[in-house]
Write a protein that binds this ligand. Structure first.
Ligand SMILES: *Cc1c(COP(=O)(O)O)cnc(C)c1O
Length: 393
């Protein structure tokens, strides 16, 4: 069966990015590979398998169900779950699958101790400290109390402690967060709470502050082949492993003045070939993250982009690539389709491959990820034997 859309993931690029990160890391700290949000769109199971087969021993995801998916995919490495668990069912599943869990409050401690005691297992946890992101985490006082309780009870083993960065574009704020974190770490240390793994850095901090590696770094963006947004001193030779592809399903010639798409937002300035591509906003095409701008300048940039796009200023169009040439998407993107203008006379056919600008973290999960190695598409082999009990719910 010929697919009408798919995401191509270049396995060699994934390996290359891992190598680049390892080179900079230089065995100074442990690598925690962050594969949350379907490994930033590349497919969590297969990306984790590739990384695991290439020596990564520690993974992290946001939610426990993302970790369970990795267990089902045969990943027998440590998997840290960033978010606290909400219910006993979640805790039970997580503990049975030997996940490494986050304690971000005394509530989390109580839940895990209760469920751990019932299962008669020790649970590996990392403490989360909030130093200025305002998401989850404890302050020093709370962390001290939680440690005292954990040491009395012995149901939990505190393997790690971490905090998360709010604004790596600001060295001052990052340093402030780091100092606050180290103050908590030192305070627990003085109270003789021994915590082996301390981690602070994400991709941006990893590039900027080698003095903040501590003994582990949490890296997602760089492994996915991108530099974090912002100016950072160190650059790695990264390769984007991701390509969103489709095929032309219809092609016809329309006259000058023909209007294109719903609400007729575009009129052809000259006769042209119009290709229909079976990819629309339902697949992630033309989607943007409509989040708060980071400041006045960012807000004006976003505004300018909308205005210039409206007046069809070429640089602000969306483009697809066919046979190494770029062609503009015209009119409003449909739910499941889009129209592309190709000049009259260009040799193009129905069935030709098209590459589309769909952001990897917004690309629909329903689109198949195809892993390509040495020019061959194939499955990532994996070891089916797993030590973990996985309840098929
Ligand atoms: C997403 C995330 C990371 C990874 O950040 P990158 O900038 O993508 O490397 C690290 N830590 C936490 C807690 C995260 O949520």
């Amino acid at each position: 069966m010929l697919r009408d859309k798919w995401i191509e993931v270049d396995v060699d690029a994934v390996k290359k990015n891992l190598q680049e990160v390892k080179t900079l890391l230089d065995n100074k700290a442990r690598l925690i590979a962050v594969v949350k949000a379907n490994a930033y769109g590349h497919g969590a199971e297969d990306i984790a398998r590739i990384l695991f087969q290439n020596g990564v021993e520690f993974f992290a995801v946001s939610f426990y169900y993302e970790a369970l998916q990795l267990r089902k995919a045969g990943i027998r490495a440590n998997i840290l779950v960033f978010s606290p668990l909400v219910s006993e069912e979640e805790a039970l599943e997580s503990i049975k699958n030997q996940l490494t869990l986050t304690i971000a409050s005394d509530n989390d401690r109580q839940l895990l101790e209760r469920v751990g005691a019932a299962l008669k297992t020790q649970i590996r946890v990392h403490l989360k400290i909030d130093t200025g992101l305002g998401r989850f985490g404890m302050n020093q006082e709370e962390a001290l109390l939680v440690c005292k309780d954990i040491y009395q009870n012995e149901q939990l083993f505190i393997e790690g402690i971490y905090t998360h960065i709010a604004d790596p574009t600001s060295p001052d704020y990052t340093l402030k967060q780091f100092q606050q974190f180290m103050q908590v770490v030192n305070c627990l240390d003085q109270e003789k709470f021994v915590i082996p793994v301390k981690h602070f850095a994400n991709s941006a901090v990893f590039l900027s502050f080698p003095n903040m590696y501590l003994n582990a770094v949490r890296i997602g963006t760089l492994l996915s082949g991108q530099h974090p947004v912002g100016n950072y001193p160190t650059h790695l030779q990264l390769q984007d492993p991701y390509k969103f592809k489709s095929r032309i399903i219809s092609l016809r010639t329309l006259e000058k003045g023909s209007s294109l798409g719903y609400y007729r937002t575009y009129k052809l300035k000259r006769a042209a070939q119009i290709a229909v591509i079976p990819v629309g906003f339902n697949d992630g095409l033309a989607l943007e993250v409509a989040n708060r701008p980071v400041g006045l300048v960012d807000m004006l940039k976003k505004l300018a982009k909308i205005v210039l796009g409206f007046f069809n200023v070429p640089r602000f169009n969306l483009y697809v690539t066919i046979k190494d040439k770029e062609y503009p998407i015209r009119g409003k993107v449909f739910m499941q389709m889009a129209l592309v203008e190709i000049p009259y006379g260009v040799d193009i056919n129905v069935g030709d491959e098209v590459e589309l600008p769909v952001r990897k973290t917004l690309a629909s999960r329903n689109v198949a990820r195809i892993y390509v190695q040495d020019g061959q598409a194939g499955k990532i082999a994996y070891d089916e034997v797993t030590n973990y009990i996985v309840d098929e719910a």
